[in-house]
Write a protein that binds this ligand. Structure first.
Ligand code: AMP
Length: 502
């Protein structure tokens, strides 16, 4: 099937051909006719399937198919959970609608109000927005949605996860009764179906990906590694495979900062992307990553939601998510639009329960990759006996990635987040027999080498495991000089800081 067969106008056909799209993706083949026919739509499609064009193209077609009003007013609204996704959808709309006389604007928080107010006052046809700032403009009577024709809720599952349900309901209240509604979600949970019933009218249903299945083009692997060795493993893999673009997922913001600091310190340019960063820092991090000015983007789940980078080859789950659905979203960052991608999860002994939950959700076992030299010792694999709480340890600090294990989404201390906090007790774990991960002493030499390992040995690239000490870069094989990996007192290791959310 071709785009022309779908009945899209010539301006849109030119746009998709400029983008190099030759064939509509399955979601596009099914969603475009439904939207063009004017039906409401409930679509389960994971990110990376081409869903944005699936709703944008027919929406633009319909908006442009009637004479445009002299004074522009919002005719279409796309609500997204994150600023990044809003910016990306806006970019797609600008790209596909380049030859159409439609105006769009993007509205989200963290940036000045005035440019948005000016744009809304000048008049726009399409608004792409996150809920909070949009509601401010609605309440200030800057934004009037009473004549809206299209309402699109993108990544609705994540909207609910992020607690936007009340904001969504507030927005729905100011929309006209007659409009076309489209709801996209990675999965159809019971909550999504309940939400769908509140505003979709006789929707057509499309389920492109079977529920909770992970994208077929992503090769998934898990490697067992002690928490305190994860950073060294990451830098090792990045060098061994010469990875130029890696998206690294951390569970917590401060953990993301620490990983990022470490990578920069060892000469692997990286930036962090999370909710504590200013909007301009987030935009810059993403732009630098896309432009390959940095090799790693270290992100939390929510900040990374919706990131669209063509041909992103590697995703690393530095920590396994404690919410198994997040795993599906994370690995969906790679293997997009039919490209192959690799997703590797670092699983510390105390994360096995998370791994089990993920495998149960995706209904398959993730193959294990063994990276010699980073295999946890048998003792580390055994669950720890409960210990009485220890007093704070002056100056020692957390180990390795140092991620807080007791924090979980929503701040609840119970549930699965109560896994033993083994990562913070490095002394009860056996270190790998060999090699020792990079020591602080090894780093200056590494920096002098322009960030390259002192001895470039290849195991054939990719994830191919080495054969022990001899196969590792020199900095990996050096004795650690008595320093504890990830121990205290290193530059760039912020030990405390508020235990923020994601
Ligand atoms: P999405 O699922 O909307 O985030 O899209 C994922 C990626 O697929 C984006 O980078 C799009 O540019 C790309 N894409 C969308 N439609 C097509 C198509 N028909 N052929 C090739 N690539 C596409």
């Amino acid at each position: 099937m071709s785009f022309a067969e779908l009945g899209l106008n010539q301006a849109l056909l030119n746009a998709v051909s400029r983008e190099g799209y030759t064939t509509p993706t399955p979601i596009q083949q099914r969603a475009i006719p439904v939207v063009l026919e004017g039906h409401d739509l409930l679509a389960a499609a994971q990110t990376g399937t081409g869903k944005t064009a699936g709703f944008t193209l027919p929406m633009l077609h319909k908006l442009a198919s009637v004479p445009l009003p002299a004074k522009r007013y919002p005719r279409a609204l796309v609500l997204t959970p994150t600023r990044e996704l809003a910016a990306q959808v806006a970019e797609s709309i600008a790209t596909y609608g380049k030859d159409l006389p439609l105006k769009s604007t993007v509205i989200f928080g963290g940036v000045g109000h005035q440019p948005q107010i000016d744009a809304l006052r000048r008049g726009v046809d399409i608004i792409i927005a996150t809920p909070g700032r949009l509601l401010e403009h609605i309440n200030d009577r800057i934004c009037d949605l009473s004549k809206l024709e299209f309402f699109v809720l993108d990544e609705a599952d994540r909207m609910l996860d992020m607690g936007f349900i009340h904001d969504i309901k507030r927005v729905l209240k100011v929309l006209p009764a007659k409009r076309q509604n489209l709801l996209f979600s990675a999965t159809f949970s019971d909550e999504i179906r309940t939400l769908a019933k509140t505003f979709l009218h006789a929707p057509r249903e499309i389920d492109i990906a079977p529920r909770n299945s992970t994208i077929e083009t992503v090769s998934q692997k898990v490697t067992y590694v002690e928490q305190r060795h994860k950073r060294e493993l990451l830098s090792y893999l990045m060098r061994q495979g010469d990875w130029q673009q890696v998206l690294v997922f951390a569970r917590m913001k401060h953990g993301a900062n620490r990983i990022c600091d470490y990578l920069n310190e060892v000469g692997l340019p990286a930036a962090a992307l999370h909710g504590n960063k200013s909007q301009s820092a987030r935009t810059k991090a993403l732009a630098d990553f896309k432009a390959k000015k940095i090799r790693a983007l270290v992100a939390t789940d929510i900040a990374a939601r919706g990131i669209d980078i063509d041909q992103l080859p590697h995703v690393i789950n530095f920590e396994l998510p404690n919410v198994p659905e997040d795993y599906v979203h994370r690995i969906g960052r790679t293997g997009r639009a039919g490209n192959d991608g690799e997703a590797l999860s670092f699983c510390a002994p105390d994360e096995r329960a998370f791994l089990r939950d993920i495998q149960r959700l995706i209904k398959r076992e993730i193959p294990v990759l063994t990276v010699q030299g980073f295999v946890p010792s048998a003792a580390a694999d055994k669950p720890e006996p409960p210990r009485p709480p220890r007093p704070p340890q002056g100056g020692r600090g957390r180990q390795g990635g140092g991620q807080g294990r007791s924090e979980s989404r929503g701040g609840g201390g119970g549930g699965r987040s109560s896994a033993p906090a083994a990562a913070g007790r490095g002394d009860s774990w056996n270190r790998p027999a060999s090699p020792q991960p990079a020591s602080a002493a090894a780093r200056p030499a590494e920096r002098r080498n322009g960030g390259q390992p002192a001895r470039a040995e290849s195991s054939g690239g990719g994830f191919a495991p080495g054969t022990g000490r001899g196969n590792l870069p020199a900095h990996q094989a050096k004795p650690s000089g008595g320093g504890r990996p990830g121990g205290s007192g290193r530059p760039g290791q912020h030990r405390s800081g508020p235990r923020g959310g994601r």
